[in-house]
Design a protein around this ligand. Structure first.
Ligand SMILES: O=C(O)CCC(=O)C(=O)O
Length: 238
């Protein structure tokens, strides 16, 4: 990879790579996970915490997030080990990448987003890099991801309770207000790679007719080591 791209990743904490997957590949991945979702419940399904207002998030309850599909599904394992993803992540970490976790977010029209957080709070090893593969066009209206530029350089930051009317998770990182927030507008097949400490999140999908689906793989470095993370608000430290 170009040294300038590596330097950009090192200073921003994320890297956008355009047209990594072709349109037919994206169609195949999307159709596969729509079938998997519509075939019934799967281990680890997550439709979000209850809303603060008590209103139901019906779109998300129909399309809960899938997790760790690669443990049960050979096709998911193959996609998560795609050499394009492994190669880029390995270059960003400067060591071979090992798969940690896979997820699919469906984010149907009208569903909540996810409050700002750092993945290293949950994935307690370092280094970690995520590959977030856009399956739909993502923009402000359907709740594209936002990244807090340079936040991976600040370490693990404190959390507070999130507004669960707009977030399907209930804790959020206290934002360093002096850092800019970048909206990550993507087309299907584009990938955003981001550091395990980069603060990121997304607003609700405010459209009435557009999903914002993503296939997400988290990797650790071959020579990663465990880290200690602070407790989430209202929960015991692990
Ligand atoms: O897709 C989103 O809105 C959030 C995804 C996320 O937090 C992640 O991939 O770690």
């Amino acid at each position: 990879m170009d040294e300038q791209l590596l330097r950009g990743y090192a200073s921003r904490g994320y890297l956008i790579d355009r047209v990594v997957f072709t349109a037919p590949e994206v169609e195949k991945i999307t159709a596969h996970y729509m079938r998997m979702r519509e075939s019934g419940p799967h281990p680890g399904d997550f439709a979000g915490v209850p809303t603060a207002s008590g209103a139901a998030d019906l779109p998300l309850s129909r399309y809960p997030r899938l997790i760790d599909m690669h443990r049960l599904d050979l096709q998911s394992a193959a996609w998560a080990h795609d050499t394009r993803l492994l190669g880029t992540v390995g270059e960003l970490m400067r060591q071979p990448a090992k798969l940690l976790q896979t997820m699919v977010y469906f984010k149907p029209p009208g569903s909540r987003g996810q409050s700002f957080h750092q993945d290293n709070l949950y994935l307690r090893v370092t280094p970690v890099v995520a590959a977030w593969v856009a399956l739909d066009a993502c923009d402000e209206e359907n709740g594209a991801m936002e990244m807090v530029r340079g936040s991976h350089l600040l370490g693990l930051l404190p959390c507070q309770l999130a507004d669960t009317d707009v977030s399907f998770t209930d804790s959020e990182t206290v934002l360093p207000s002096y850092l800019p927030r970048d909206l990550i507008a993507l087309n299907p097949g584009d990938v955003v790679y981001f550091h395990g400490l980069t603060i990121h999140g997304s607003a609700p999908n405010r459209t009435t007719d557009r999903f914002r689906r993503a296939f997400i793989c988290h990797y650790r470095g071959r020579d990663s080591w465990p880290i200690v993370a602070p407790a989430l608000p209202g929960r015991e430290a692990k």
